[in-house]
Write a protein that binds this ligand. Structure first.
Ligand code: PGA
Length: 249
């Protein structure tokens, strides 16, 4: 499966509870896209116990193998706990906690080395978007290039999530057409800076995705799935987004 719908709970637990949430998702009809749920670290084992078809992911992953790194959780530990995915470089990590491309690259490299699929988030803020597509392209290309360098250009096991910072948690999503033209630029940056990567590296969109805007994003966005924050906290909304991707309505 090369399409993904990923729930990023951030520092939240769904109001319906973990058991109820997982039951709804596990009992839904299967489709041609992988569902991934990324809870706070602490809940990974509980989700893994309940997961049959769903894959469990982490919202970050350590940039070192082990040692005196207070507050970090290593990729090997995540794999050991049953996670198969790790989000790296989310804009909240970059913006709120000051994580830069080099650190994100190290996190990504260790995730991949340890058998996790890294979900690399990239995206521009509003001032860059307002400056026009060439500036957006420059910004995203430089994020791809920097991370590729830091990760020793290791392309296997990476999914890219295009998440414009101005669309995250704001209720303002990018249109399908805007996503498509941006994704084309990201694809060419990936081909340029990760020559070993296949042109098939999946590219997801994230930023205020809801059941209401999923149709336009699927029809026009040229994407391979979604990274969903707010709407992923309600299993039925999340499922409606999944259904929108796999064309089930
Ligand atoms: P949002 O978050 O769907 O709440 O905008 C997306 C994300 O941060 O991955």
């Amino acid at each position: 499966m090369n399409r993904y719908v990923i729930a990023n709970w951030k520092m939240n637990v769904p109001p319906e509870g973990i058991g109820g949430y997982m039951d709804v998702l596990e009992n839904a009809p299967a489709g041609d896209a992988q569902v991934v749920v990324a809870p706070p670290f602490l809940y990974i084992p509980e989700l893994v116990k309940k997961a049959r078809r769903i894959a469990v992911g982490a919202q970050n992953c350590g940039d070192r193998k082990s040692g005196a790194f207070t507050g970090e959780v290593s990729a090997a530990m995540l794999r050991d706990a049953g996670a198969w995915f790790a989000i790296v470089g989310h804009s909240e990590r970059r913006g709120v906690y000051g994580e830069g491309d080099e650190l994100v690259g190290r996190r990504m490299a260790l995730a991949v080395e340890n058998g996790l699929t890294a979900v690399l988030c990239i995206g521009e803020d509003l001032s860059v978007r307002d400056a026009g597509l060439p500036r957006v392209t420059e910004h995203l290309s430089s994020q791809v290039r920097a991370v590729a360098q830091a990760a020793d250009a290791r392309p296997g096991g990476v999914v890219i999530a295009y998440e414009p910072v101005w669309a995250i948690g704001t209720g303002r999503n990018a249109s399908g057409a805007m996503v498509a033209e941006t994704v084309a630029q990201i694809r060419s940056a990936v081909t340029q800076f990760w020559p070993a990567s296949r042109a098939t590296t999946p590219i997801l969109y994230g930023g205020s995705v809801t059941p209401d805007n999923v149709g336009d994003l699927v029809a026009n966005g040229n994407i391979d799935g979604f990274l969903v924050g707010g709407a992923s906290l309600d299993s039925r909304k999340f499922l409606a987004i999944y259904d929108g991707l796999v064309g089930r309505k």
